[in-house]
Design a protein around this ligand. Structure first.
Ligand code: NAD
Length: 257
């Protein structure tokens, strides 16, 4: 692949960081984002390791103006954002009855609405150059539900709806839009859930992993972050030019049931 500019939200942790590493290894320009305190150092060390150009902007996904500035900065520095990966996300687990309203707003805002704002912001330049790749990191929860995850399931289903609509609109201007739907991946987001579930079920963390977290996955193992990164590289490649509007599962057989 020719050198491109790749903007990945939430790329200073977990899945986003693995995706950033994969694109950095191929020599692309990277725009890092995330709220980790050491985000700037994380971005700098990946850039140093692979000798690439980069930008780090801790834009908060809840602030539309900051998202527009994020894209403007990237375009001023590198020309266009060729590949946008909407990955930033948060989770909160609670029955609807007691689900905090501010958590609902934050989950919808970060996991869904930010993807709309960023898609809108990168669109004109992608359209002008008749090339763009947008990859939305959804979830198995974009296709099926689990109890106590109302906001997350709603946001991820919404993200798949946005993916399909944007794919139709992008079809005439060289922009493909796809979603990836991972099962459980052992990142800080899931590590926090393991601790919380062990406390609320009064069982060990090992039992939470085997009996709660991986209960629905036919393959009783976490999805490696590197596998999701490899899917992103493929979706960004020329070979995937006619793949659009799809929701690709990598969930150890969870959604096969
Ligand atoms: P993570 O907690 O390791 O990383 C999330 C990233 O998002 C971090 O960099 C964080 O700083 C950033 N972020 C959170 N709120 C933000 C905000 N307001 N503004 C800017 N950045 C913000 O989690 P992860 O597991 O790597 O999750 C990445 C994506 O993958 C999420 O969208 C998540 O829903 C999705 N996903 C994760 C799993 C899993 O099992 N871990 C499974 C399916 C889908």
């Amino acid at each position: 692949m020719q050198k491109k500019t790749v903007l990945i939200t939430g790329s200073t942790s977990g899945i986003g960081l693995a995706i950033a590493r994969a694109f950095a290894q191929q020599g692309h320009n990277l725009v890092f984002n995330g709220l980790e305190m050491d985000g700037e150092q994380i971005a700098a060390s990946v850039a140093e390791e692979y000798q690439i150009d980069y930008l780090f902007d801790p834009a908060n996904m809840l602030h539309p103006a900051a998202l527009r500035t994020l894209v403007e900065q990237a375009e001023n520095r590198f020309g266009t954002v060729d590949i946008l990966i909407n990955n930033a996300g948060i989770q909160h687990v609670s029955p609807i009855e007691t689900f905090p309203e501010e958590k609902w707003d934050a989950i919808i805002g970060i996991n869904l609405t930010a993807a709309f704002h960023l898609t809108k912001a990168v669109w004109p330049a992608m359209k002008k150059q008749n090339f763009g790749r947008i990859i939305n990191i959804a979830s198995a929860h974009g296709l099926i539900a689990s109890e106590f995850k109302s906001a997350y399931v709603a946001a991820k289903h919404g993200l798949i709806g946005l993916t399909k609509t944007a794919a139709l609109e992008g079809a005439t201007c060289g922009i493909t839009v796809n979603a990836i739907c991972p099962g459980y991946v052992k990142t800080p987001l899931v590590e926090r859930q393991i601790v919380d579930q062990a406390r609320s079920h009064q069982i060990s963390e090992k039992d939470v992993i085997e009996k709660v977290i991986l209960a629905k996955q036919a393959l009783k193992q976490f999805i490696p972050t590197e596998s999701i990164a490899a899917m992103c590289l493929f979706l960004a490649s020329e070979s995937a030019a006619t793949l659009t509007g799809a929701s690709l599962s990598i969930d150890g057989g969870w959604s096969a049931q």
